[in-house]
Design a protein around this ligand. Structure first.
Ligand code: SF4
Length: 278
């Protein structure tokens, strides 16, 4: 089970655009946690009633600020609420807000073993700045073992399998027992599942509620807050890396390119599978 985050520093004061408003009564379904092979792992079942409730909450939160959405998520799902971050600018913004709203929220990173050194350094800076303890979740093989098993780096020959083994499978394990997770995806990041993400919805792939507090924010909104509130961010962004994942599958983008053009560049792959419904 999860490691509990400890708060050792006074969290920064975040000034929301409006006071926090809990916009509705909690949806806190109860039930047994039955584990990975025993059906529902968290007491939630995607019944038509639950899906309708989530859709209604999502609709009502469309005009809420990210801080209000996070406060709503905490009110409804803590202590069964978690957050996954790859330390992108959006994740950094959410952790900045979360530190002021509920710093006891469990935050984790999927550490594939291929993350940039700058990304891991950023994790340290965030922990120090906010007093958060971020958990690193890893596959059951090291990079060396994994590459030996496949006769070399699988990201070169089968990146879908590599992402599945080192991200998707690890996330699946990491969210067992949790009822809701938060992610930093924005609708303006592209087409497909990102473009249509609800504020609150059922994540059928991982079988829990997914909350996207920044769904309505733009890249400009994110960087405005980072600049104004001095939020720690990955220095690779200053070198043209607009979206940062594993180092073998990430490059800096050129002027005019889409912000995710540097991910799996040269292949048709656009997503690692964490934020797709298929
Ligand atoms: S992004 Fe690349 S290195 Fe990272 S898990 Fe996916 S294929 Fe492997």
């Amino acid at each position: 089970m999860a490691t509990v985050i400890s708060l050792t520093m006074t969290p920064p004061v975040v000034t929301p655009e409006q006071p926090f408003v809990i916009m509705s009564q909690p949806v806190r379904p109860t039930g047994p946690v039955t584990g990975p092979d025993g059906g529902s792992h968290n007491g939630l079942e995607p019944t038509p009633e639950l899906l309708a409730e989530l859709a209604e909450h999502s609709r009502r939160l469309e005009s809420a600020t990210p801080q209000e959405i996070i406060a709503w998520a905490v009110e409804n799902y803590a202590p069964k609420l978690t957050m996954a971050t790859a330390f992108g600018p959006e994740g950094c913004v959410i952790m900045h807000m979360l530190a002021a709203i509920d710093p006891s929220t469990y935050v984790f990173n999927l550490d594939t073993g291929y993350q940039f050194k700058e990304t891991l350094d950023l994790a340290d800076r965030i922990e120090k700045r906010y007093g958060l303890k971020i958990d690193f979740k890893r596959a059951d093989t090291t990079v060396e073992q994994y590459e030996a098993l496949h006769g070399g780096p699988l990201y070169k020959t089968n990146s879908d399998q590599c992402c599945f083994d080192r991200k998707v499978k690890v996330l699946r394990q990491s969210v067992l027992g949790w009822q809701a997770w938060m992610s930093g995806i924005r609708r303006d990041q592209g087409t497909g599942d990102r473009a249509g993400i609800p504020i609150v919805g059922w994540d059928k792939k991982f079988a829990l509620v997914k909350i996207s507090p920044l769904a309505n924010w733009t890249k400009k909104d994110v960087w405005k807050l980072i600049t104004e509130e001095n939020v720690p961010y990955n220095p690779l962004h200053d070198q043209g890396y607009t979206s940062i994942g594993c180092w073998p599958c990430t490059r800096a983008v050129m002027f005019g390119e889409d912000e995710r053009a540097g991910r799996w560049s040269g292949s048709a792959k656009k997503e690692c599978g964490l934020h797709t419904s298929d």
